[in-house]
Design a binder for this molecule. Structure first.
Ligand code: ZN
Ligand code: ZN
Length: 407
């Protein structure tokens, strides 16, 4: 239930659009969101919301308004190394530096600018309507979602020691679905994800003298082939798991057997027990295939690890009921869990409280129903329409939070 005073006014909507254009034109790479953080701090301070830095470029705002529940809302803030090709007038021409110093174009291609704009508008609504609610709202502006570094950095920096602990954490993400609608799943929402880089250590030799080599290419080929049996032969077919090997590099010339080769793999699962089983099988195969070739133990480097994103059924059902009342029954649609990943779930998991994460659409009907391709997140063509995308994001955020703290 949204009280009249928690409604989004036309004036605030216009200012949100300006903020969105400003954020969209000034994207920053993961864990480098310093100007973005300053902008958010400025906005929160202007709204009278006490705030502090957390996890480097993360910002936490704590809006206290008397007794009542503590609830948290998270918006992520990072962008991607991609040249924008949307053609919108506020398109990004920004550049940034990768960790290795390479200069790259930067774009809000995952729509995190919509998340920040909607969250700041929702914060303004609650800050300006203190008679309509009671409790504490923790606004989490989280950096580094794309690399799974941000939630981890905030938690390691003592997020929940510095902030009041919420009874629930909410979050949302813009998606290539119809603007004005919400998609959600009950239970599993998004997959756990693990990325590894495996370095195979062999013995180099002339191509004509294989007897002097331990060929890392042949060894790697066996590993990669056998790894295909983890999901197909070791996992219950009723449970979801995927293992993808998307890179395999070794050697520089056709007549030199290289001394090493490397490949990267990406694992997606929903059930932590299945994840453990897949990862253990991968380690076993990588180690045993190396032994079978007489090669040393390969090196496994963990590149990233995305946590579980699980929608607590009770908390989700409650929020969805409110969404349907606010946005219309037909505009709130249950969908299958996504194989994509998010580090949002780690925030609530760290303090063992429920979390709810939903998706809001960003494309108009002409795009969704047209003949052309529908641009998805991480595409250089991903340009959510401002409305009704942003207003839906604000309504969803306000509705979810008001369901706990509203009067
Ligand atoms: Zn993304
Ligand atoms: Zn994203």
């Amino acid at each position: 239930m949204t009280a009249q005073s928690l409604a989004l006014t036309d004036d605030l909507r216009q200012r949100m659009h300006e903020l969105y254009r400003e954020l969209h034109a000034a994207p920053e790479l993961s864990m480098q969101e310093h100007r973005t953080a300053e902008l958010i701090e400025g906005r929160l301070t202007a709204l009278g919301i006490e705030n502090f830095r957390c996890g480097g470029s993360g910002v936490v705002g704590v809006l206290k308004n008397g007794d009542g529940p503590v609830v948290a809302f998270r918006a992520d803030t990072d962008a991607l190394p991609l040249a924008e090709d949307t053609g919108v007038e506020y398109a990004s021409t920004a550049t940034g530096q990768l960790d290795d110093g390479t200069e790259v174009p930067v774009m809000h291609a995952c729509g995190h600018d919509t998340h920040m704009s909607a969250a700041l508008a929702a914060a303004e609504i609650f800050a300006g309507a203190t008679d309509a609610w009671s409790g504490t709202i923790v606004w989490i502006f989280q950096p580094g979602e794309e690399t799974a570094a941000g939630a981890k950095a905030m938690l390691e920096d003592g997020l929940w020691d510095k902030s009041p602990k919420p009874e629930v954490v909410y979050g949302q993400h813009v998606m290539p679905s119809l603007a004005g609608t919400i998609n959600y799943s009950v239970g599993d929402a998004m997959a756990l994800a693990d990325s590894w880089k495996i370095t195979i250590h062999g013995q180099g030799a002339h191509a004509s003298q294989p007897q002097d080599s331990t060929d890392p290419i042949v060894l790697g080929a066996h590993m990669i082939t056998r790894i295909q049996t983890v999901v197909s032969r070791e996992i219950d077919p009723r449970r979801a798991a995927v293992v993808t090997i998307a890179t395999f590099h070794g050697g520089l010339k056709e007549n030199i057997i290289p001394a090493s080769a490397e490949f990267t793999l990406n694992v997606r699962t929903f059930d932590p027990a299945i994840r453990e089983k897949v990862l253990a099988s991968l380690r076993r195969i990588i180690s045993a295939e190396a032994a079978a070739s007489g090669a040393p133990e390969p090196t496994i480097e963990v590149l990233s690890q995305f946590p579980r994103n699980y929608n607590n059924p009770e908390a989700t059902t409650a929020v969805i009921g409110d969404f349907k009342r606010e946005l219309g029954e037909d505009n709130v649609v249950e969908v299958e869990p996504m194989m994509g990943s998010e580090d949002f779930g780690a925030l609530a998991e760290a303090i063992d409280v429920p979390s709810v994460f939903w998706m809001f659409g960003g494309h108009p009907a002409e795009v969704m129903e047209g003949d052309g391709p529908v641009p998805v997140n991480h595409s250089p063509f991903f340009a959510p329409v401002m409305e009704p995308t942003l207003s839906t994001g604000v309504k969803a955020a306000v509705t979810a939070l008001a369901s706990r703290v509203g009067k």
